[in-house]
Design a protein around this ligand. Sequence first.
Ligand SMILES: C[S@@+](CC[C@H](N)C(=O)[O-])C[C@H]1O[C@@H](n2cnc3c(N)ncnc32)[C@H](O)[C@@H]1O
Length: 254
Amino acid sequence: MSDLDRRGQMNLFGVVPEPSRVEGEPPPPSEPPAILEGHRLRFEHADYRVWAEHMSKMDVVIMDPPFDEWSKVDPLHGRTTICFTNFQNRHHVERLYGRPRFEVVWFFKDGRWVSHRLPRITHETILIYGDTRSAYVGPRTHNQEPQRKGKGSVGRSVMPERFYQPRHRKALNSVLEYPRAVSSQMGCWGKPLGLVRDLLCLAGGSTVADPFAGACTVARVALPMGMRVLATESDKTTFDQSRGALMSGGFLDR
Ligand SMILES: C[S@@+](CC[C@H](N)C(=O)[O-])C[C@H]1O[C@@H](n2cnc3c(N)ncnc32)[C@H](O)[C@@H]1O
């Protein structure tokens, strides 16, 4: 069975990707760019600008540069573009991309102090642009039977009997809590697998570009979901380390 055939089955993270479209979802993903033909993952030691044209043809683009370099970034646009930033640099992102469709906050309890004059920082901001699919992500809810709603509501003591149909998936909240991946190769720069998985489920699509790949968290999540990945990393030491880890994890074979 090919990796792509495994869609719809349990993946490494216990998630069942949703293959079918529901009303209101964006159109089916475009064909993968030719440079990905035969490749599930293409990981290059390069400045992302070299691959910008190809990356802009992908369904999803994840922009996770070092935050203090946002002022110098050349923006890439996918069908969905997901930008990681913080309060000090979000104005650069908004200058490049405009007003986001919405924002997600990544909350981590194990925050860090950046100044004695500021609260301890326990969140980062994720700005989302373009199309997304249903925000019901994650494991399926098993019970699809219509559920009876309560009869009370604010300002009214009695309501008629009402039912709701459970959705296939759990709802994505606008604040996502995941511990920081401090023990990852990238230290606190690395993003948690669960966070990336939620964002990719929300974006949908079959191809993803990760211009600032670091430890290749995006590839580690996207490949088991049946997606194809184009990733670049400009730092040679980081690239070699990540490539080695991907190979020993069976994600890359050359
Ligand atoms: C915040 S880290 C990315 C972390 C990654 N998302 C993860 O979860 O491991 C940013 C990475 O972008 C790389 N980088 C910086 N400028 C780059 C460029 N122009 N092209 C490609 N990679 C770049 C850095 O070397 C660093 O590894």
